[in-house]
Ligand binder design. Structure first.
Ligand SMILES: *Cc1c(COP(=O)(O)O)cnc(C)c1O
Length: 338
């Protein structure tokens, strides 16, 4: 996999650490002595204004934007989008303007949700923000803003929500290569990778990268929004497109894409007591800060599945996709006011 062909610009702090999670593994030992050996891939430490998984995608997307002589990044997300924060930071870093559309997807009226956390950082990073109600056609909105920028004489580059197209997903094909190299160096045999899966680029990029290199490591995506059939179809389509960019589309098989969407709870961006317990367990067992929207739900799933014996005897790598900045947007909920 020859990523230099796709003109990425380099700003992420890579490789991210691959570390054991001894406290959490101990907390998940079942009465019968079962449970997984747990490791964590620290993509919360990619270094760009707080880091997170969007940074790897943005290396390829910004590279493409610059190759296309763009002067303005146009993108979108939920109010507490980690993607928007990282896109705003990447744009600032390369001297591009950044126009973002924030969808009020959860309907939260809480001051911290609407003003603190990621949205506070978006403003600090100089993004120009437009707010739209839940249910807005966000692709249409992206097109409209791009047209406005062009009409004003700018050169827009549109990045879809989550940076999830095949160019962005190359970042996670590259992460798959990085992770397997680290495991080889450590003599660590990985039985499974667990990640949150949302706009699908992370999950799809990992599946594509692992398939293209023939690594044969299953990836379990824990859904945060869509039902299983929709999520798996989205991930499969994007994994195929990403593998096609790398020249090996047919190596991605449908059965390589597995999502478990039983831990979404009330809906995207809405948290419950079980998510809060997962946030506390990771923080207190190993000093790891997860986020309320993605990694907290993925950890809720990992904990439940471990306790049910799904990973007995396995070495599981949890991909920490970042997002702790969003914790400050959920102070009301974390204070127990659900
Ligand atoms: C965006 C995001 C995800 C989901 O990644 P996708 O590529 O959108 O599926 C997971 N965790 C965090 C913290 C995120 O911000």
């Amino acid at each position: 996999m020859h990523f230099a062909r796709y003109n990425p610009v380099r700003f992420a702090h890579l490789p991210t650490p691959l570390e054991p999670l001894p406290g959490l593994a101990e907390a998940l030992v079942t009465p019968g002595g079962g449970g997984p050996t747990l490791w964590i891939k620290r993509d919360d430490c990619t270094g760009l204004a707080g880091g997170g998984n969007k940074t790897r995608k943005l290396e390829f997307l910004l590279g493409d934007a610059l190759a296309n002589d763009a002067d303005t990044i146009v993108t979108q997300g939920a109010v507490q989008s980690n993607h928007v924060r990282q896109a705003a930071a990447a744009a600032a870093r390369f001297g591009l303007k950044c126009e973002v559309i924030l969808e009020h997807r959860t309907g939260s009226q809480a001051h911290d949700y609407n003003r603190s956390g990621n949205v506070l950082l978006d403003e600090l990073l100089g993004a120009r923000i437009r707010h739209v109600p839940a249910g807005t056609d966000m692709n249409q909105a992206l097109g409209d803003v791009a047209q406005e920028v062009a009409d004003a004489g700018g050169r827009p580059y549109v990045i879809p929500g989550g940076g999830s197209n095949c160019v962005g997903a190359l970042g996670y094909a590259e992460c798959a290569l990085e992770l397997v190299a680290q495991a080889n160096e450590l003599g660590l045999e990985i039985d499974r990778i667990v990640t949150a899966t949302g706009s699908a680029g992370t999950h799809a990029g990992l599946v594509a990268g692992l398939a293209v290199m023939g690594a044969d490591i299953p990836v379990l995506g824990i859904g945060v929004r869509a039902p299983k059939d929709v999520q798996e179809a989205n991930v499969f389509k994007l994994a195929r497109e990403t593998a096609a960019l790398l020249g090996f589309e047919e190596r991605v098989k449908r059965d390589m894409v597995v999502a478990d969407c039983d831990y979404v709870g009330e809906g995207y961006g809405l948290i419950d007591h079980v998510v809060i317990e997962a946030l506390k367990l990771a923080a207190r067992a190993d000093g790891i800060l997860l986020d309320p929207v993605y990694t907290g739900k993925a950890m809720k799933g990992l904990i439940a599945l471990s306790r049910a014996g799904a990973f007995d005897g396995e070495t599981v790598v949890f991909l920490h996709t970042g997002g702790a900045q969003g914790l400050f947007g959920y102070q009301t909920e974390l204070d127990g006011k659900l």
